[in-house]
Design a protein around this ligand. Structure first.
Ligand SMILES: Nc1ncnc2c1ncn2[C@@H]1O[C@H](COP(=O)(O)OP(=O)(O)O)[C@@H](O)[C@H]1O
Ligand SMILES: [Mg+2]
Length: 239
């Protein structure tokens, strides 16, 4: 569903030039939950920003459900942000004074959904993340894990095929982080409407529960499965 070819990106010029992405290649299928790991500062967020249509790359191409982009300015990929890619952040990015329902519904209204319809879709999305009994609570009245589930409801309510999650469990305790991961798996493996999720994480335990793990190192994707990421494929040991 998404294929990325030879993506490069640098920041700064001259002596201050920093080449962050040096030719990223990756492919994610519909229904796949992919974990992206790599040392701090290696370019994970930069890559997500380019995929999400928030930042242009220097060269290379992204093909997301036949929409080709990657080098265009953010103003030229409004449709990518509006219809193809949803976001989940480490610190949830909810509006403090709005209920769970209004947080989700407002995101839909901004993208042009009439308010009655937005409310109905928001309710459905909150039920899918098991928050049907918390729709009238504001963020302060919810646990961290519940707040992140509101953010996930907001991300799935727009029916976008790809979700980008930048350290979504970074502010959560182990149990809530595990719940978020299980929810991601359920959304990806849904039989009727599977989506794909690319999730940055520092937690090898969570990453090992994804369908696949990618390791970014020195501007490239170093491994596309867990065994080779941990060096387990060397030495010819059979499974
Ligand atoms: N807008 C920017 N201008 C200059 N340097 C940047 C910018 N965004 C990121 N960088 C640099 O690019 C590198 C990769 O950053 P980032 O993608 O945030 O890494 P990660 O998410 O893997 O920790 C870092 O060295 C960071 O300082
Ligand atoms: Mg980052």
């Amino acid at each position: 569903m998404i294929e990325i070819n030879s993506l490069t990106k640098s920041f700064g010029t001259g002596a201050n030039k920093l080449q962050v992405l040096k030719g990223i290649d990756m492919k994610i299928e519909r229904g796949e939950l992919v974990a992206l790991m790599g040392p701090s500062g290696c370019g994970k967020s930069t890559l997500l920003n380019i995929i999400g249509g928030l930042l242009p790359a220097d060269s290379g191409e992204i093909d997301l459900e036949s929409r080709k982009y990657g080098l265009k300015n953010p103003s030229a990929v409004v449709d990518v942000r509006r219809t193809l890619v949803g976001w989940i952040f480490q610190d949830f990015h909810l509006l403090d004074h709005l209920t769970a329902l209004d947080n989700v519904a407002m995101a839909l209204e901004i993208s042009g959904v009439p308010s009655k319809e937005a409310e109905k879709r928001a309710l459905d999305a909150l039920e899918r993340v098991n928050l049907g009994d918390r729709v009238d609570h504001i963020p302060d009245q919810l646990s961290g894990g519940q707040q992140q589930r509101v953010a996930i409801a907001r991300a799935i309510a727009g029916n976008r095929p790809l979700l980008l999650a930048d350290e979504p469990t970074g502010n959560l305790d182990i149990a809530s982080g595990g719940e978020v991961l299980q929810l991601f798996k359920d959304l990806c493996h849904d039989e009727e409407n599977p989506i794909s999720i690319l999730m940055v994480t520092h937690d090898p335990d969570l990453a090992s529960k994804a369908d696949r793990m990618l390791l970014m190192r020195e501007g490239k994707v170093a491994a596309s499965d867990i065994r080779s990421a941990w060096g387990l494929d060397e030495g010819g040991e059979e499974e």
